[in-house]
Design a protein around this ligand. Structure first.
Ligand code: LUZ
Ligand code: MOS
Length: 738
C-alpha cells in the first residue's frame, strides 16, 4: 500500500474495536471524541449508506457492529482524522458499555449449544458400519490442530479516493479485487461499475487477504465516498492480529479399522471446525477438509462429518491449504495411533494403503495420473530411508538426552476451487504499435511469483523477449469478475486465459503476414526470438515490423481471453462429482533431534520428492515448495494462537507469537523434482505449487512425537498440534508436570 503515492488532503481512518468478545452494546458515547481537534467525523453503523454487511458466502457479518458484538476486535466505529495522532487520541475518549453475554471459544462447546455457521456436511463411501464389524483392529481417538496467523509482512489495508460520476477508486491489499469491489458496492449501495479496485502487488497474503481484505477496502471507500476526500485505512500489526481471523483450529474424532493384513477397511471422522463469529470462508474451508480427509490413501468405507462451529473469536479464514492440512492431520494421527498400538512402523501402513489409478475418492472422483507411490518409493530409495531408520535407532540407543525421530508424510492435494463456479479467469492483452506488450490478468502478485509465470506465458506465446512485456496492475476495470488469487490455481486459470488472449492476437498477425507475403494458406508461421519464420525459414519480418505493418493495415492488436476449467463438476446434494482438475502428489521424509533436557528441537532434514509436473519455472516452484514446507512446520511446531476464556488474543504480537525464522529452517532441505508429463489442465503442464508443499510440514509433528516416545515410551502424549517445546517438555516428563 505504501508504494502508492497519496493525494493531498488524505484522511486517516482508525478502527475502534470491541473490547469484549460477546455482549449487547448498551451505551456508546463518541460525542467528545468527535469534537476533538483534527477529527473530521466518526462513523458508526448508522452512517453506512448501503447495506451494513460484508459476509461473502453467508450474509452474517456487519461491517460495523450495531447492537451486539460477537468477538473481541470487532470493528465498532471508524475514527476519521486529519492525522494518525489525532485518531489515536480520540480513540481514548470513546466510551463503550457492553452487557456481557456468554463467551464460547471452543468449537465442541459451540456444537453442543447448537451454534453452527452453516449446515453440517457428510461425505460417505461404502458402508462403514458393516465394515467395522469385520475389522480385526479398530482404533479411536481425538486429534486437535491449532490456528495460524497469516502474518503477511504487509498488514491489511486500503487507500481510496472519490472519482467522477459518484464513483470510488480503491487500492487494496487484497487477493480478491472483485470481492473487495462487490463488498464496497454493497456497503455504498451502488453498482459494481462505480467501484474500481486496483492491486499493484501485496506484501504477502497466505489466504488472509482472500476475503478479509474486503472490510478494510469498504472502510476506506466509505469514508472517501461520503466525505469526498482520499482516505487510508491500514491497521498496525497488533490491531491486525487481534481484529482478523486466522487458520481455523479443529478438534476432531477419528475411528479407523484394519483387516489382519493392515489394510484400512473403514475410516470415520467428525471434524469440529472453529469458525469464529461469522462464516467468512469457513464453509468452503470445511468442504476442503472433507475432500482431503483421506489424504493419499484408498479406503473402501468412509464416513466423514464436518461441523462449522460458531465461536466468539474473530472470523477464521483462509490460510494456505484451506482446511486440507487440518483434514490430513487427523488421518495421519489415526494411522500413527494404529501403528503405535500394533507396534509396526507407521510407514508400513502408509505404503500399504496408498491409493492408485482407478481408485475412487470418497467424493466420487476417480484417481488418475497418480504419483503417490512413485513419490513415496523414490523417497525411500533416493534418501535411503531404511538406513536412516537404523542410524536413528543406533543414535537413540547411544544417547540419553538427545533423541532423534523420523516420519514420512505423503500429500495428495486437489487443484481447483472446490466451488466449481470460481474456476474461471480472464486476461487482456494489448500489443502497442511499437511492438511492446501490456498484459492484464486477474492474478494478484503476492510474492508467489505469478507475475513471472504470466510474463513467461505471453513471451512464450509471442516468441518475444520478456523486456518487451509489461505486467499491469490487477484492476477490476481491465479484468472483471475475477476469482481471488487462491486455491493454488492462479497461474493455471489466469495463465490459460492469457494464453487464449495472446493466441487471438497471434492468429490475426499470422493471417496478416500470410496475405502480406502471399504465402500458402497452410504455410507454418512461427516467431522465435522475435524473428518471424515462414515454413521454418527466417522471413524479412521481425516482431516489431510485423506489428507495425499489421497496425497500418488496421489489424486488431488487442484481445480479451477467457478460460473456464473443463471437466470439473460437483453435486452438493449427493456430495459426489469430479471437483478437481487434477491432483498434486508428493512425499516428505523428516528427521529431527529433540533435546530431552530442554524440550527444544532441531529439524535436521526435510527431504522431498514432489510432483511438479513439467515445471515452467523451477526457481519459482522451488521457492514455493521451500516456503510452504517451512510455513507448515511453523503451524505444526511453534506457532501457537492462544485466546483466553474471555476470547482475548494472548499471542497478540511477534513477541508472543513465534513464526519460523532462518534458524528454524531445516538444516537440510532437499527437494527433488519428480518430472512427469504434467497434466494438460495445468498451465504449460506445470502443476500448481502454492499450497500442496505446506502439508509436508505435518511430517515434523510426527517426527518430533516419535523422538519424544524414544525418550519416554510411556509418555501420554496425544495428538495435539502445535507440538511446541513446552508441550514436548511436558510430554517427556509427565510425572513432574503437575
Ligand atoms: N478458496 C476458495 C480457496 O474459495 N476455494 C477453495 O477451494 C480454496 N482452496 C484453497 C485456497 N483457497
Ligand atoms: Mo488461499 S488459502 O489459496 O487464499
Amino acid at each position: 500500500m505504501d508504494d502508492i503515492p497519496v493525494m493531498e488532503g488524505m484522511l486517516y481512518v482508525k478502527v475502534f474495536d470491541s473490547p469484549v468478545a460477546h455482549g449487547k452494546i448498551v451505551n456508546l458515547d463518541f460525542v467528545a471524541a468527535e469534537q476533538m481537534e483534527n477529527i473530521v467525523k466518526i462513523f458508526s453503523y448508522k452512517d453506512v449508506p448501503g447495506e451494513n454487511q460484508i459476509g461473502g458466502i453467508i450474509p452474517d457479518e456487519p461491517l460495523l457492529a450495531d447492537h451486539e458484538v460477537h468477538f473481541r476486535g470487532q470493528p465498532v466505529l471508524l475514527i476519521v482524522a486529519e492525522n494518525e495522532d489525532a485518531a489515536e487520541e480520540a480513540c481514548k475518549r470513546i466510551k463503550i458499555e457492553i452487557d456481557p453475554l456468554p463467551v464460547i471459544t471452543d468449537p465442541r462447546e459451540a456444537f453442543i449449544q447448537g451454534k453452527l455457521l452453516s449446515p453440517s456436511r457428510k461425505f460417505e463411501m461404502g458402508d462403514t458400519k458393516n465394515a467395522f464389524s469385520n475389522c480385526v483392529h479398530i482404533f479411536e481417538g481425538q486429534a486437535v490442530s491449532g490456528g495460524q496467523e497469516q502474518l503477511y509482512l504487509e498488514t491489511q489495508g486500503a487507500y481510496a479516493y472519490p472519482t467522477e460520476h459518484d464513483s470510488v477508486k480503491i487500492f487494496s491489499s487484497t487477493q480478491g479485487p472483485t470481492q473487495v469491489q462487490r463488498t464496497v458496492a454493497r456497503v455504498l449501495g451502488v453498482g459494481m461499475n462505480k467501484v474500481e479496485v486496483d492491486v499493484p502487488r501485496l506484501g504477502g497474503g497466505f489466504g488472509g487477504k482472500e476475503d478479509q481484505a474486503s472490510a478494510w477496502g469498504a472502510m476506506a471507500a466509505m469514508v472517501a465516498w461520503k466525505l469526498k476526500r482520499p482516505a487510508k485505512c491500514i491497521p498496525h500489526r497488533m490491531e491486525d492480529m487481534r481484529m482478523t481471523g486466522k487458520r481455523n483450529p479443529y478438534s476432531s474424532d477419528y475411528k479407523i479399522g484394519f483387516d489382519a493384513d493392515l489394510k484400512i477397511m473403514a475410516y470415520e471422522a467428525v471434524f469440529y471446525q472453529n469458525g469464529g463469529a461469522a462464516a467468512d470462508l469457513s464453509p468452503a474451508i470445511l468442504e476442503r477438509t472433507l475432500f482431503h480427509a483421506t489424504n493419499s490413501y484408498h479406503i473402501p468405507h468412509v464416513m466423514i462429518t464436518a461441523h462449522s462451529c460458531k465461536t466468539n473469536l474473530p472470523p477464521n479464514t483462509a490460510f494456505r491449504g484451506f482446511g486440507g492440512p487440518q483434514g490430513m492431520f487427523v488421518i495421519e494421527s489415526a494411522i500413527d495411533h494404529a501403528a503405535k498400538a500394533l507396534q509396526v512402523h507407521k510407514d508400513t501402513i502408509q505404503r500399504k494403503n496408498m491409493m492408485d489409478n482407478g481408485d475412487e475418492f470418497p467424493y466420487g472422483q476417480i484417481v488418475t495420473e497418480c504419483q503417490s507411490k512413485h513419490c513415496w518409493d523414490e523417497v525411500m530409495e533416493r534418501y535411503e530411508v531404511g538406513a536412516a531408520k537404523k542410524e536413528i535407532e543406533n543414535f537413540n540407543q547411544q544417547n540419553h538426552f538427545y533423541k532423534k525421530g523420523l516420519s514420512l508424510m505423503p500429500v495428495c492435494f486437489g487443484i481447483s476451487f472446490t466451488n466449481t463456479m470460481m474456476n474461471q479467469a480472464r486476461a487482456l492483452v494489448h500489443v502497442y504499435s511499437d511492438g511492446t506488450v501490456a498484459v492484464s490478468t486477474g492474478a494478484v502478485e503476492m510474492g508467489q511469483g505469478v507475475n513471472s509465470k504470466m510474463l513467461q506465458v505471453a513471451a512464450n506465446c509471442f516468441g518475444i523477449s520478456h523486456s518487451k512485456i509489461k505486467l499491469e496492475t490487477t484492476n477490476t476495470t481491465r479484468v472483471a469478475n475475477t476469482s481471488p488469487s487462491a486455491a493454488s490455481s492462479t497461474a493455471d486459470l489466469n495463465g490459460k486465459a492469457l494464453l487464449d488472449a495472446c493466441n487471438q492476437v497471434k492468429e490475426r498477425l499470422f493471417a496478416f503476414i500470410k496475405t502480406q507475403l502471399a504465402a500458402n494458406e497452410d504455410a507454418v508461421v512461427d516467431i522465435k526470438e522475435e524473428v518471424v519464420f515462414i515454413n521454418n525459414e527466417a522471413s524479412a519480418f521481425n516482431w516489431k515490423s510485423l506489428v507495425q505493418q499489421a497496425f497500418m493495415k488496421r489489424v486488431n492488436l488487442s484481445a480479451k481471453g477467457h478460460y473456464a476449467t473443463p471437466v470439473i463438476n460437483f453435486d452438493k446434494t449427493t456430495e459426489k462429482g469430479h471437483p478437481f482438475a487434477y491432483h498434486v502428489y508428493g512425499t516428505a521424509l523428516t528427521m529431527v533431534t529433540v533435546d530431552c533436557i530442554r524440550g527444544t528441537y532441531d529439524i535436521d532434514a526435510v527431504k522431498v520428492v514432489h510432483d511438479f509436473g513439467s515445471s515452467m519455472n523451477r526457481a519459482v516452484d522451488l521457492g514455493q515448495c521451500e516456503g510452504g514446507i517451512v510455513q507448515g512446520i511453523g503451524w505444526m511446531t511453534m506457532e501457537e494462537v492462544i485466546y483466553n476464556d474471555e476470547g482475548k488474543l494472548l499471542s497478540n504480537a511477534l513477541s508472543t507469537y513465534k513464526i519460523p525464522d532462518i534458524y528454524a529452517v531445516p538444516q537440510i532441505l532437499d527437494i527433488q523434482f519428480l518430472n512427469t508429463d504434467g497434466n494438460e489442465l495445468a498451465i504449460f503442464r506445470s502443476k500448481a505449487v502454492g499450497e500442496p508443499p505446506l502439508m509436508y510440514g505435518i511430517g515434523a509433528y510426527f517426527a518430533i512425537r516419535n523422538a519424544v516416545l524414544a525418550f519416554n515410551p510411556s509418555s501420554p502424549i496425544g495428538y495435539d498440534a502445535p507440538i511446541t517445546p513446552e508441550k514436548v517438555l511436558m510430554a517427556l516428563y509427565p510425572h513432574t508436570s503437575k
